[in-house]
Design a protein around this ligand. Structure first.
Ligand code: CU
Length: 335
């Protein structure tokens, strides 16, 4: 059956080719036109379709921009956020401007230089002037954008406030764990060889770690108070992504990375702004790190100092957690 179908297809194609060549031969005999050369009218039509196509492309581009505007992130909820947004917008505006400009030039050239019988195309193999223009202008624009970007990066990365609250975000396939430095605002030492069930972070005996608070469901931070995040990973490279705060940092196994920011809008305030009472800030993983990558999500609650004090007072610290829940195995493992 397959063979018959294949044979029919092959024969059909052969027949079509034959019919085409007969048509061409008969056209030549009738003294008809040569199909290899287009007419001026056809050239004009092509130019018109080209203009129409680019106009359609522009219209579609502008439509998508307005149609999906609400899918963009809301106002930045961190002190450095507006700076990142401005960098993004300036870069985007530059790209959009160049997109429109190059396409307008392209379509204008095609339209202006449409085929005419009495006109010959100019041929030149090289133009120093053109080479200069399209090398120097992009070089200046890109250098400007990169210098601006580096400047923002320096501002954002090296804020280094002394009173920042220390929180560790620990990533593994496939979840997050947050750990507060506790009363002394200092994280206790860890050792990956001490990791057992009940001691996910590999805490070791260290007086600075006893007051650490470990939480998995969500973590809370305070409006107006800088947070110094320390990132670790157990297995592969993950990426701590907190889009509403315009913050992202890779979590790399074997080393500690960090990022600091100051939240400026509480969860409650953002819910009012967005008219969405279910809104929550989130921590996501922004590296495709494995099969359950999508699972790596944690809510971030931004609140006032009073609310935070209440929340943190309700949490058990590492020493209390050990005493309450666990198992001798954990206690023994960290010795
Ligand atoms: Cu991940």
């Amino acid at each position: 059956m397959t063979l018959v179908v294949l044979a029919v297809i092959v024969l059909f194609v052969l027949a079509a080719v034959k019919v085409m060549s007969i048509y061409e031969l008969s056209a030549e005999l009738r003294g008809g036109r040569n199909d290899d050369v287009i007419t001026e009218k056809e050239g004009k039509n092509q130019a018109f379709y080209w203009v129409l196509f680019i106009a359609g492309l522009f219209a579609f581009f502008i439509w998508t921009f307005f149609e999906y505007k609400d899918k963009l992130l809301p106002e930045a909820a961190s002190a450095h956020g507006p700076e990142i947004d401005l960098l993004f917008n300036v870069t985007m505006a530059t790209i959009v401007f160049v997109f429109f400009l190059t396409h307008i030039i392209l379509v204008y050239q095609a339209y202006k230089n449409v085929y005419r019988k009495d006109r010959k195309a100019v041929y030149f193999a090289h133009s120093n002037k053109l080479e200069m223009i399209w090398t120097i202008i992009p070089a200046i624009v890109l250098t400007g954008l990169i210098a601006y970007g580096l400047n923002v990066w320096n501002d954002v990365m090296y804020s280094g406030s002394k009173d920042a609250m220390v929180i560790e975000l620990y990533s593994k396939q496939f979840d997050w764990t947050a750990r507060y430095g506790g009363k002394d605002n200092t994280l206790g030492k860890t050792d990956f060889r001490k990791i057992v069930a009940g001691n996910d972070l590999g805490m070791i005996e260290d007086s600075k770690g006893n007051d650490d608070i470990i939480t998995k469901a969500e973590f809370h931070i305070v409006k107006g108070k800088p947070v110094s995040f320390k990132f670790r990973s157990r297995d592969v490279i993950h990426s701590a992504y907190m889009p509403h705060f315009r913050a992202q940092m890779n979590c790399v196994p074997g080393m500690e990375t960090s990022f600091e920011f100051t939240p400026t809008i509480t969860t409650a305030e953002m819910r009012t702004k967005l008219k969405n009472k279910n809104f929550n800030y989130v921590l996501l993983c922004n590296k495709i790190c494995g099969a359950s990558h999508f699972n790596m999500q944690m809510d971030i609650i931004v609140e006032t100092q009073e609310e935070f004090n209440k929340y943190i007072a309700e949490q058990k610290n590492w020493m209390q957690q050990q005493a309450a829940a666990t198992p001798a195995a954990v206690t023994a493992s960290i010795k």
